[in-house]
Design a protein around this ligand. Structure first.
Ligand SMILES: [Zn+2]
Length: 335
């Protein structure tokens, strides 16, 4: 006989192991997709970034046709490596352009996911004026509104929250407000919080802040974790449940990535690791968008090295398919 409590625990266990992915979904720019249909995913890339600043940015600064012409061959190249989904990490006020994303998704056949949130890194140059004066609750309202009603008068909804903080601890009051707003938004939407951060100290500080609001660290992606040189810190954050995003693979230093990924696997924490290139991107200020970095180093440089280090197909699927689906499916994660 089960006691009521044992029965509940057994039921939860069944839910966790038996039905883990059932009902889980990801929000692409073309709507809900079952998490099991996300496929091989790149969780942090860019198609266009405009660093002109929040006060000057406008989609009139680029021609969508010219951007598509430049970017599409790189998307098709990623497709040839089996990529099915790409998370576009360009935030609002840095060139997030829904019409452009729709064109790219349609022409490439890829599932593209966009974001809501504000990027405070680089000393707040990309924050809109209201970010300085409104409260965390008010900022969250704008992001929840995009989730509920669509972005820029379209029906396209964000699939995750992207914020950015400076690489310093303690965080500035303004950046504390951004992570608070992200946690509030998570509790109302179930969107995962991806925070451009860098070193461990501000990452761990953000994890503490979301925990205070009752959000489980598994709803937090520590973006650009590769800039932290003390790998012990990855273990600390991963054991809390946060996602360790080693996402600058477009920029080289492959052996360092391998060492990090191998050491996380050795500690039994491969199920907390995300990898991507942070590659791209069309630059409106440069002739024909400037130089573009493709989305293939993972397949040509990293996967062969991981195989040499004993990674199985199941390990690789975990990194490129299971973890992205688990990290970025939309669901509220409370402590
Ligand atoms: Zn990025």
């Amino acid at each position: 006989m089960f006691s009521r409590r044992e029965f509940l625990v057994a039921g939860l266990g069944l839910l966790f192991f038996g039905g883990k992915k059932q009902g889980q979904f990801v929000l692409t720019i073309n709507g809900k997709v079952a998490a099991s249909k996300l496929g091989k995913s790149l969780i942090h890339e860019h198609f266009l970034v405009d660093f002109v600043g929040a006060d000057k940015i406008s989609s009139t600064r680029w021609s969508r046709e010219a951007v598509v012409k430049k970017v599409l061959p790189f998307l098709l190249e990623a497709s040839q490596h089996g990529v099915k989904s790409i998370f576009d990490c360009t935030p609002n006020f840095l060139g997030r352009d829904i019409q452009l994303l729709k064109m790219l998704a349609e022409k490439s056949g890829l599932q593209i996911i966009t974001n809501t949130g504000y990027y405070g890194a680089v000393s707040n140059k990309y924050l809109p004026a209201l970010a300085f004066i409104e409260s965390a609750e008010q900022l969250a309202e704008h992001w929840v509104d995009e989730f509920e009603n669509g972005i820029d008068s379209t029906t396209v909804r964000p699939g995750f929250i992207k914020i950015g903080v400076d690489a310093e601890a303690p965080l500035s009051e303004l950046h504390k407000k951004l992570i608070n707003a992200a946690a509030i938004t998570h509790l109302k939407t179930g969107l995962t919080v991806c925070s451009h951060t860098g070193p461990a100290k501000p990452a761990l500080e953000q994890i503490e802040i979301i925990k205070k609001l009752g959000v489980h660290p598994s709803a937090f992606v520590w973006v650009h974790a590769q800039t932290e040189t003390d790998r012990q810190q990855y273990l600390v954050a991963a054991r809390l449940g946060a996602w360790i995003s080693l996402d600058g693979i477009g920029w080289g230093d492959f052996d360092n990535y391998i060492d990090s990924i191998v050491s996380l696997k050795r500690e039994g924490l491969l199920n907390r690791v995300l990898i991507s290139h942070d590659a791209g991107w069309y630059k409106p200020d440069e002739p024909a968008g400037g130089e573009f970095m493709g989305f293939t180093n993972i397949f040509t440089e990293i996967v062969p090295r991981l195989k040499q280090n004993g990674f199985t197909k199941a390990d690789l699927n975990q990194l490129l398919i299971t973890n992205p689906a688990e990290a970025l499916s939309v669901r509220i994660r409370k402590l």
